[in-house]
Design a protein. Structure first.
Length: 445
């Protein structure tokens, strides 16, 4: 009798455990996530650069196709797969989901909507700049007229030395703050070390997280993080153009800590490893995830270096390492602070150029005048716009969306611990641009 009494509870415990495992294995979002990953990988065969990172099962990768096969884009089949995944998501009862599962649902839904839009674009669908950014990135950049930029230019006119156009004077003024090429690696490593140290004070990272830095040329971007999985990143820095002293912290934070490297490592640890959410093993570049990734990477600079801490560190540590004179640093930072207000000039150049309102020459002239580019940088920026199109909104609008969400929830400069807490939460959970903006709207009411 004692034996029977013991066996029955064990038997029921076994049944309970089995039912829980089975319930997890038949979670419909898991199957949808797998379908989403495979669909993104399939699109990547026809859209170079679409798959920015993938570290999921090797056998999910489709076989490579020839250049001739790439010309035969299977629109109907891919579009149907996207629609089928959306239909499956719509059948899920969201009221039964936990708060984190609701974020997962929204993330999957918006990512798949973006995938479907990318399929349509690859098939020839024409969208305006704003329509494209909404379809791919779940956000639309505000419009700024020329007067907004002119007012900033007038303020710069009063503080920049010399005569001539603002762009020419700004370029000449910044010449004294270029990091010599032979010292770029030393300065960049010191910047990464400080950014990592500050990040680790607030965010616990996997023990094996690591990265490698490479210096490259011939790219349209300034730097790039290639995430490889297993908490490892390859960070490439483009040395073809001059790298100014303030860019060292920009790049170290944005590409490394607490930017892209930390963002990807936390998603892998908390969502892929801990929860088995395979959708985060793939990163489609032209998707809402990019706005969160770029926006948080940019805002992370202010989180890591609140107030005057950044300029103080640069003047005390990076200027000497670069062999630069810091006597004009205060005026330099005053100019940098003003030029930050011109960030949206890139968006306006892209919007008007891609919508056919600017010729190529007019777009370059606009970038020279209001983005303070010289001819070479303006042409490079336009090549970036031609290739990445409305992706440009992810840097400035993305930063503003992340900033507004965190600060409206109490993460201000006056409460830096709260700001780190919210930042850590944002980069380790499923998030979408519209969800962050809706949270802002709820807080306003």
């Amino acid at each position: 009798m004692k034996t029977v009494k013991l066996i029955f509870p064990l038997f029921f415990l076994f049944l309970l455990s089995f039912s829980l495992i089975k319930a997890e294995s038949v979670n419909p979002m898991n199957d949808i996530a797998e379908g989403y990953v495979k669909l993104v990988l399939q699109i990547g065969l026809y859209d170079d650069g679409y798959v920015d990172a993938y570290y999921g099962p090797e056998n999910w990768k489709p076989k490579d196709i020839s250049e001739n096969e790439k010309k035969d884009f299977p629109f109907a089949a891919l579009y149907k797969k996207a629609n089928d995944l959306i239909s499956q998501l719509k059948k899920i009862d969201q009221s039964k989901l936990s708060s984190i599962e609701k974020l997962r649902y929204k993330y999957l839904f918006d990512q798949i909507l973006s995938v479907r839009s990318r399929i349509e674009i690859l098939n020839g669908k024409k969208l305006s700049f704003d329509e494209e950014s909404k379809a791919l990135y779940d956000a639309v950049s505000p419009v700024y007229d020329e007067k907004f930029f002119k007012d900033v230019i007038d303020q710069l006119d009063r503080i920049l030395p010399g005569k001539g156009s603002i762009s020419e004077r700004y370029d000449k003024f910044r010449d004294a703050f270029v990091i010599p090429k032979e010292k770029i690696d030393t300065v960049f490593k010191a910047a990464i070390f400080e950014c990592r140290k500050r990040t680790l004070e607030h965010i616990s990272l996997p023990a094996n997280e690591n990265f490698t830095v490479e210096y490259v040329t011939g790219k349209s971007w300034g730097a790039y993080n290639w995430y490889k999985g297993n908490e490892f990143s390859l960070i490439q820095v483009n040395t073809e153009l001059p790298i100014y002293i303030d860019r060292a912290i920009d790049l170290a934070c944005h590409e490394g800590y607490p930017g892209h490297h930390v963002y990807n490592a936390l998603l892998e640890k908390h969502l892929v490893d801990d929860k088995g959410w395979v959708e985060f093993t793939v990163y489609p570049l032209f998707s809402p995830q990019s706005l969160i990734a770029e926006g948080s990477a940019n805002y992370g600079i202010d989180v890591a270096f609140p107030g005057d801490e950044r300029t103080n560190f640069e003047k005390k540590v990076l200027f000497p390492l670069a062999g630069l004179d810091s006597s004009l640093a205060d005026k330099y930072y005053e100019a940098i602070k003003l030029t930050a207000k011109l960030n949206y000039a890139m968006n306006e150049a892209a919007r008007n150029y891609l919508d056919g309102k600017f010729s190529r020459d007019a777009a370059i002239a606009f970038l020279i005048k209001y983005a303070l580019s010289n001819q070479d940088r303006a042409e490079r920026s336009l090549r970036f716009i031609e290739h990445y199109r409305s992706y440009v909104i992810n840097y400035n609008l993305g930063q503003d969306i992340v900033k507004n969400y965190i600060e409206r929830n109490g993460g201000t400069e006056n409460d830096n611990d709260k700001r780190w807490e919210l930042f850590r939460y944002l980069i380790s959970t499923p998030q979408t641009p519209s969800e962050l903006q809706n949270s802002e709207m709820k807080n306003k009411k």
